[in-house]
Design a protein around this ligand. Structure first.
Ligand code: PEP
Ligand code: MG
Length: 578
């Protein structure tokens, strides 16, 4: 077997060694196993039952729609799903595959889906090509039913040594990996700060995206080394390379053990500044890792992940339980719950079809814009967060604010949510702080109006970079232009921190820049005292804080603030870190 290397963008560091498992995003949870000849009929019946259940599900959605106020597009969307579901290419062909190959229903369905998707891809007509997504969505619906009632043979699994290789994965796909223990994963596409990459980082397994053709070049079960730190994947390594990487793996483990000793040490700089290091989380299940990292709070709970990978919306009670469990779990430490940031790359399965595909989703109805357009959903969430505020130190953080009007409307909605709780005698913290994310250059340039209205700010550098440089964070074709150290980006960050410090309004950074140890001294030098990052990065950043003398670095920072020359900027950052 020939050995070769693939390069991409490492979005989560570390080294993994394991066997490739090729996946398309609908096959993530799908096992492949054989059916005994005597069980083939039962397997076909299992498939038919799943189809019937999905038909009932679509009928139910249809009648809910006609009695509710859903837009007309939703009806058209359901009709398309119905057509696909009842077409013999999907309703009949998999039964033949089960009988001929004696394989499980899920596997037969996936094979047929791949055939159909390929056919669609060869069609010139863009409208018809888009129907391909419909086929995948319908298959996912059927799969969900099948997986809810697995067949007699439980799929075996050796996930710990399995490396997933996919063309593309959505954030919703990756979040499911939290329930599994894959060794690493690779994708052909994706940007370094896409939400997919961010969730990958939170799994604390190596990941490399933008490999361009890993999915076509790598074969099932081939041996892979994934080095997320050095952005490389080695396929079929020879013995000496393998031995070298095993050694490196051991060294990394030792380094991690050394860092773990810093867990309870306060993050204080050499010149005595106390720094808050908070954690970013996606789900309540991340709490264990957060507590293990020694985080002094949750600086960003990306609540929208409660809305992904499910049918329907989480109810107020369900959300309340999730927020309460985090608030209580953090034992009095602050928990910053970001109101849901859906749209753009986080599509919203619970509202299938309600969120139309925007011509430019990153600039469309995303985050607070979506919340304000769907006040009922927003109020439900605000009530749930407020109720949880009774059980811990909860703060509300609003994403993607651009203008005063949005702040005022949001504050009015919070006041309304409080009013309804008061009327019902439900306890909550009436002084719950409300903060805004600084993710759009306009917010920095008009920051005084933000500072007047909000209790705290948090800079979302992932989006701030995307919107400042007009570079889609999820598009690997422009990932070389996505530059956290662009002078314009640094100027905006510096401006936001200085203005907040002047007005004594607490400000944090919760984008990926906060978790990059190479930038810790820079951020501290700019006046930042609160950084929120994925727990896996926290101790590395803490180690940097402990060895930083902010006062000593001030002259370098002053020079850095004056330059627009990228090479000089990079040299000054190196000097700061020397
Ligand atoms: C950001 O934009 O930096 C941020 C923290 O929010 P998200 O990555 O979820 O968009
Ligand atoms: Mg953001």
């Amino acid at each position: 077997m020939t050995s070769f290397a693939l390069h991409g963008v490492g979005v989560s560091g570390g080294i993994a060694i394991g066997r490739a498992q090729l996946v398309s995003h609908a096959t993530l949870e799908v096992a492949h196993y054989s059916i005994a000849p005597g069980n083939v009929d039962a397997e076909i019946a299992r498939f038919e039952n799943a189809l019937a259940e999905v038909q009932r599900e679509l009928e139910g959605l249809h009648s809910a729609m006609t009695s509710g106020d859903a837009p007309a597009e939703f009806g058209a969307f359901l009709d398309v799903h119905w057509m696909i579901l009842t077409d013999p290419t999907l309703a009949e062909a998999p039964k033949k595959i089960i009988a001929e190959q004696r394989c499980n229903a899920e596997w037969a369905l996936i094979q047929q889906m791949n055939v159909l998707v390929e056919q669609f891809e060869q069609i010139e007509d863009t409208y018809l090509r888009e129907r391909r997504a419909g086929v995948v969505q319908v298959v996912e619906r059927i799969l969900k039913r099948l997986l809810g009632k697995p067949g007699a043979v439980a799929p075996g699994s050796a996930e710990q040594h399995t490396i997933l290789v996919a063309h593309d994965l959505s954030p919703a796909d990756v979040i499911q990996f939290k329930r599994h223990r894959y060794a690493a994963f690779l994708t052909d596409v994706g940007g370094a700060t896409s939400h997919t990459a961010i969730v990958a980082r939170s799994l604390a397994v190596p990941a490399v995206v933008a490999t361009h053709n890993a999915r076509t070049l790598i074969r099932e079960n081939e041996l892979l080394i994934v080095d997320g730190t050095h952005h490389v994947v080695i396929v079929n390594p020879d013995k000496s390379v393998l031995a070298e990487y095993r050694l490196k793996q051991g060294e990394l483990e030792l380094e991690r053990a050394r860092l773990r000793r810093l867990k309870s040490k306060p993050a204080t700089t050499l010149d005595g500044l106390e720094i808050e290091l908070h954690a970013n989380i996606e789900l309540p299940g991340d709490l264990l890792q957060t507590l293990g990292s020694g985080a002094t709070g949750v600086g960003l709970f990306r609540s929208e992940f409660l809305f992904l990978n499910r049918e329907g919306l989480p109810s107020e009670d369900e959300q309340f339980e999730a927020y309460r469990s985090v608030a209580e779990g953090m034992q009095g430490k602050p928990v910053t719950i970001r109101t849901f940031d859906l749209g753009a790359d986080k599509s919203f399965a619970g509202l299938d079809g309600l969120v139309r595909v925007a011509p430019n989703p990153a600039l469309g109805l995303r985050a607070v814009r979506f919340c304000l357009a769907e006040p009922r959903l927003f109020l439900t969430q605000l009530r749930a967060i407020l109720r949880a505020s009774h059980y811990g130190k909860v703060k509300i953080l609003v994403p993607m604010l651009a203008s005063v009007g949005e702040i005022d409307q949001t504050l009015a909605m919070i006041a309304q949510a409080k009013e309804t709780l008061r009327d019902q005698g439900v306890p909550f913290d009436s002084g719950v702080p409300v903060g805004g994310m600084i993710e759009i250059p306009a917010a920095v340039l008009a920051i005084s109006s933000f500072l007047e209205r909000l209790d705290f700010l948090s800079i979302g550098t992932n989006d701030l970079i995307q919107y400042t440089l007009a570079v889609d964070r999820a598009d690997d074709a422009v990932s070389h232009l996505y530059d956290p150290l662009h002078p314009a980006v640094l100027k905006l960050i510096a401006m936001a921190i200085s203005a907040s410090n002047r007005m004594r309004v607490p400000i944090a950074v919760c984008g990926e820049m906060a978790g990059e140890a190479r930038l810790t001294r820079l951020l501290l030098g700019l006046g930042l005292r609160n950084l929120s990052m994925h727990p896996a990065h926290l101790l590395t950043v803490k180690q940097c804080v402990l060895t930083t003398d902010v006062a000593k670095g001030a002259p370098i920072i002053a020079r850095l603030r004056r330059t627009d020359d990228p090479a000089r900027l990079a040299a000054l950052i190196d000097k700061l870190n020397a």
